[in-house]
Design a binder for this molecule. Structure first.
Ligand code: MTE
Ligand code: MO
Length: 204
C-alpha cells in the first residue's frame, strides 16, 4: 500500500541532478511501507541487543543509546517497489560508532538486523561498515514517527530500503549469510539498487 506519494517522474536524474537507480521513480513523498502493524514501544522498555557470534552479548537501554555520539547525514532511500526519495536527512549513531562497543568473533561476516514485531533482514558486515550507515532516530529534523520506525531504525543508503529495518532492536552476528523476512520471500540477499538486485532468482 502506497500512501502520501508525491510527484512521480521517470527521469534518470532528478531536478537537482541527483542520479536515480535503474527502474526507480523519484518521489518527494515518504510513503509508509510496513509488512505488519506498527509496534508501539515505550522508551522505558526499549532495549537493543547485540548477540550471536560476539565475544560478549551487550544490551543498551534508550538512555545508554542516546548517550552515544550522533551525526547527521544526507542520504537517498530506494524502495524495491520502485519509488526513490533522493533527499533525506537522518540523525543518529553511525554503525561504525556502535561497532566500537561490539566485539564480533573473527569469523562473523554477516549481521541479521532484528526488529520489534519480528521483522529481520540480513546485511554483510562489509556493507554495514560504511560511513553512511546509521542507526537513526530522526528524519528531516523530526523524531521518527511510529510508522517510520520509532524510536530507532537502521539506514543503509546503498541498499534497497527493505534492508533499512524499522523498530530496530538487535544485531545478530553470523558467520554465514542467512535470509531475513523479505529475503525468504524472494527478495535478493544483497539488494543493491544500482545493480537492480530486486529478486533472488533470475528470470529466463
Ligand atoms: N521492521 C520493519 N522494517 C522495515 C519494513 C517492515 O515492514 N518492517 N519495511 C521495509 C521496506 S520494504 C521499506 S521500503 C522501508 C520503508 O520505510 P518507511 O515506511 O519509513 O518509508 O522500511 C523497511 N523496513
Ligand atoms: Mo520497500
Amino acid at each position: 500500500m502506497l500512501r502520501k506519494i508525491g510527484r512521480l517522474t521517470n527521469i534518470r536524474q532528478d531536478q537537482a541532478g541527483l542520479e536515480v537507480p535503474p527502474g526507480q521513480f523519484v518521489t518527494e513523498g515518504f510513503p509508509v511501507l510496513s509488512a505488519g502493524p506498527t509496534p508501539r514501544i515505550d522508551l522505558a522498555d526499549w532495549r537493543f541487543k547485540v548477540f550471536g557470534l560476539v565475544q560478549d552479548e551487550i544490551e543498551f537501554d534508550w538512555e545508554q543509546f542516546k548517550a552515544l555520539p550522533s551525526v547527521t547525514i544526507d542520504a537517498e532511500f530506494h524502495c524495491v517497489t520502485q519509488w526513490s526519495n533522493l533527499e533525506n536527512t537522518w540523525e543518529g549513531v553511525l554503525f561504525t560508532e556502535v561497532m566500537k562497543l561490539m566485539a564480533p568473533a573473527p569469523e562473523a561476516r554477516y549481521v541479521m538486523a532484528h526488529s520489534y514485531g519480528g521483522y529481520t533482514t540480513n546485511i554483510s558486515l562489509d556493507v554495514l561498515n560504511d560511513d553512511d550507515v546509521l542507526l537513526a532516530y530522526k528524519h528531516d529534523g523530526q523524531d521518527l514517527s511510529p510508522d517510520h520506525g520509532a524510536p530507532l531504525r537502521l539506514i543503509v543508503p546503498k541498499r534497497y530500503a527493505w534492508k533499512s529495518a524499522k523498530w530496530l532492536n538487535g544485531f545478530e552476528f553470523m558467520a554465514e549469510d542467512r535470509p531475513g523476512f523479505w529475503e525468504i520471500r524472494g527478495y535478493h540477499m544483497e539488494g543493491d539498487p544500482w545493480k537492480e538486485e530486486r529478486w533472488g532468482f533470475r528470470m529466463g
